[in-house]
Design a protein around this ligand. Sequence first.
Ligand code: GLU
Length: 491
Amino acid sequence: MFTVRRFCSSDVRVRFAPSPTGKLHLGSLRTAFYNFLFARAAKGRFLLRIEDTDQARLVPGCVEQFERILGEFGLAPDESPLRGGEFGPYQQSQRLGIYEEAASRLVDSGHAYPCFCSSKRIEMLRKSAARRNTTPGYDNLCRSLDADEARRRIADGEPHVVRFKVKKEAVDFEDVVYGLVNQVVDEGDFVIVKSDRFPTYHFANVVDDRNMKISHVIRGMEWISSTAKHIQLYRAFEWTPPSWIHLPLITRDGTKKLSKRDRDAFVDYYTAEKGYLHLAVLNFLIRNGSGIRNFEPHRLYQLEEMIEHFDAKSIGRRNFMMDHESLESYGAQAFHNSSFESLFPSILDRLNSNLPGADPVLKKPEYVRKVVDFLRGHEESFSALSSLTNGDFRFFFTVPISAEALLAKFDAETARRLLTEIVKAQSWDLASLKTLAKKHKLAYPKLFLLIRLSIIDSSSGPPITELFEFFDRAECEKRLAHMLELVERSC
Ligand code: GLU
């Protein structure tokens, strides 16, 4: 049995090892984040290694995308494909020679062997296992091939794979989160090098973790079932395995695994789409899994504080739950605590990409600062930047483009009369507006609704008095006059 080893801080080396198969998954970001925290808390090193051995599933651009996202979240790796490092290359497709050599070692020591079975035969085995309702697997036929014959067939260029000799025995290991785990590899000898010379995930993963001096493997729970296989490989090489830390599953409600079809399963939903600040997303990710000593669930932690209080032993086994309510609260805290200087570039980016036609004056720092100050002063629950361009607070940067909402509540003639009169009114204080409403036999909230729809095209949002204060009379008049025009045009 393997126990958790003690490390002096400089020995700690951990890695985030995603496969480049598309957009970064939320679970992958969480794995990277915990690896990062673990490394920083132990003053160790954090690596990014790209596991691109499955060439069929490769999506171009992922390496750049992953490194960029890690950087944006403040989780930049110390060693990576783009940064380089002592143990590179950090992309498995560029390390084929290393795996080839490692596989030869296992063949020479009798732990692996070449297999010439055709894919047709393998498919037949799979089908007959399915018919018998047993676990599909290889029947180890080529294990008994004569070594000289195998060498001759390889020399003749016959296609083959390399298989690892599985031991059908119980494997025990200690997981920092799950405690003592006992597993049996209940399958036939598995492939470690494919016929295209590429290694399989299990093999490359173990060889690289060893080569890159990885001290702790921190990854999602879905990989725990692979660990016994990995340990058998370590044993065959006579290498000491790293320590294991498997993170609980990410679920929507505690039981159901997050599906790849869910939009919120991917990091870009939180950043590009919703516009939560990065720190809010990190707090959301740490909330259930914890790992923070004396964790206070409602507090927004700074990254440095998370590092300071991080302790892998306090990671709970409870499945992670997608608690969007707490995300809103972290989003709001992060927005309210951020400096204008750090917010401005993100807001500007968002304005440029979502509202390219907006008046350039509205993109100037002075105006954006006024908006941010307003939100900070009046909108405690403001949590996601997307509402500035696609949601409730779009009105700061756009004027209503149709009178539709207004004409659903007022007939055109009444709207025209009222708007003309409001624009001309001497005073817009509450008493004067109430008098105006009375004159037109209208309940004054209805008049306020007309004003609100004209200024911001929405029946909810900040109170009228705050809108008057923010926009000043001149801007409000402009918007009311604009609405008048829209009403007239639609008649
Ligand atoms: N390439 C695997 C993944 O995509 C890595 C699993 C591990 O960390 O061992 O998540």
